[in-house]
Design a protein around this ligand. Structure first.
Ligand code: SF4
Length: 355
C-alpha cells in the first residue's frame, strides 16, 4: 500500500478554524491550499470527465456539514436488505479500485473530509443508542485515513458503551492505532478480500492478501471480532482456483469463533461506471464478463454464474467452520434459495441481520 500524499487541499472558510483542518494542513505542508466559496465550485460530471476522477484522488477538500453524517444503506431494489447504517464523515478514497462505484457516484474533485468532527460524533452517539449495525466503509475506506483523521478511537469507545455494533471495513493493514483500545467486542474489523491476482490488476494502492490476513490475525489477538467481505467477486479465468487459494491463505489464521460474518457479493455496477473504467483502467478485465441488467439498473453476471461462484466460495469457507455466518450481499430471494436452499431470515444466526 502506498502512503498518503495530496497535492491540493481545497477548503471552505468555515472549516479553517477546526483543529482537524489545522492538523491535516500541517501534515500535508507541501500541498497547495485553495479556498473555495462552496462545494458547488468543485463539482464535475464523472461520466463526462472520467480523467477528473484521477485528479480527485490527489486532492482533499476540508469543509463542514451540519447533519447527515449517518444514513441507512439504501440497499437495492428487489434485493434482500441486511439493515445496515453507514457514516458519511469522509467521502472519497485515495486507494484506486477499478470497480469502485464512488468514481461515478461522487462529483467533487477531491476527497471530502467534514472537519467539524464533534457534530459527527454527537450524531453517531445518538444513532448508536438504537442498537444498529453501523459501518464506515461505504463512502471511503474505514482505516486509510486513521493516521491523520483518527476518529475510529472515539467511534469504538462510543460503541463499547452502546447497544450498537461498529464495522470498520478496509483494504489496508492500518490497524496499529486500534490494537490497544477498550472495544469490548463491539467493533468488528472487516477486510474486503479478493485474490492477489485481482488485487494486483484491479485494486491499486491497496494492501496484499498476505498483509490483510496478517492484520486480521493481529486484530483477533487484540480481541476484536473480524469479518471478511468477498465483494465484489470477479469472474475470470481460474477464478475457482484463485478464490480457493485466497480462502486457504486467510482462514487457517483466524479461529472461526472470532469471525462475526462473511459476506459474498458479485460484481455489479451502474452503466455510468463503464466509460470511467474504460478511460482510467484500459487493461482492466472487469467489463469483459457476460452481464445482464437488473431491475435496479445495475449490470450483474448471469444468475447461473453468480450462484455457482457463491456456492463454491462459501463451500471453501465452510471447510474452516461449518457455523461461520455467510450472507449474500444485495441478492434476490431466488438466488439465496439456489445458493443456500433458503432465504436468510430462515437461516440460524442470519435472522438477526436480515430482520
Ligand atoms: S478501497 Fe473501497 S472506497 Fe477505496 S477505491 Fe477501493 S473500493 Fe473504493
Amino acid at each position: 500500500m502506498t502512503s498518503l500524499n495530496f497535492s491540493k487541499i481545497y477548503y471552505t472558510k468555515d472549516a479553517l478554524n477546526f483543529p482537524l483542518s489545522k492538523k491535516i494542513i500541517r501534515r500535508f505542508a507541501d500541498a497547495k491550499l485553495v479556498a473555495v466559496d462552496s462545494p458547488r465550485s468543485l463539482c464535475f460530471r464523472a461520466q463526462k470527465e472520467p480523467q477528473t476522477v484521477s485528479e480527485c484522488k490527489k486532492n482533499l477538500f476540508l469543509t463542514t456539514r451540519r447533519e447527515g453524517f449517518i444514513e441507512k444503506c439504501p440497499g437495492t431494489k428487489g434485493h434482500l436488505c441486511c439493515n445496515y447504517f453507514v457514516t458519511k464523515n469522509i467521502l472519497g478514497c485515495p486507494m484506486d479500485c477499478s470497480y469502485c462505484y464512488l468514481q461515478a457516484y461522487l462529483n467533487i474533485k477531491a476527497t471530502t473530509i467534514f472537519v467539524n468532527e464533534n457534530d459527527f460524533f454527537a450524531e453517531f452517539e445518538k444513532a448508536a443508542q438504537k442498537a444498529l449495525r453501523i459501518g464506515s466503509g461505504e463512502f471511503s475506506d474505514s482505516l486509510i485515513f486513521d493516521e491523520i483523521v483518527d476518529q475510529n478511537k472515539t467511534l469504538i469507545e462510543i460503541c463499547s458503551k452502546s447497544p450498537s455494533l461498529l464495522e470498520l471495513k478496509t483494504k489496508s493493514a492500518n490497524i496499529r492505532k486500534l490494537l490497544n483500545l477498550n472495544h469490548r467486542g463491539k467493533t468488528v474489523i472487516a477486510w474486503s478480500i479478493n485474490p492477489q491476482k485481482i488485487i494486483e490488476t484491479e485494486e491499486r494502492k491497496t494492501s496484499s492478501v498476505y498483509e490483510r490476513a496478517t492484520a486480521a490475525q493481529a486484530a483477533v489477538e487484540a480481541g476484536y471480532p473480524v469479518a471478511f467481505h468477498f465483494d465484489p467477486i470477479i469472474h475470470f479465468k481460474n477464478w475457482e482456483k484463485e478464490y480457493k487459494k485466497t480462502v486457504d491463505a486467510i482462514f487457517p489464521k483466524i479461529p472461526p469463533g472470532k469471525i462475526a460474518w462473511v459476506s459474498i457479493g458479485a460484481l455489479r455496477f451502474y452503466p455510468s461506471l463503464k466509460p470511467i473504467v474504460r478511460e482510467r483502467f484500459p487493461r482492466s478485465k472487469i467489463l469483459l464478463g457476460e452481464f445482464i441488467r437488473g431491475d435496479d439498473g445495475k449490470f450483474r453476471y448471469l444468475k447461473s454464474i453468480r450462484t455457482e461462484m457463491f456456492k463454491k466460495i462459501s463451500g471453501f469457507i465452510r471447510k474452516f467452520g461449518s457455523d461461520i455466518k455467510i450472507y449474500l450481499c444485495m441478492e434476490s430471494a431466488p438466488v439465496w434459495r439456489k445458493t443456500f436452499g433458503r432465504t436468510p431470515e430462515k437461516i440460524k444466526n442470519l435472522d438477526l441481520i436480515f430482520r
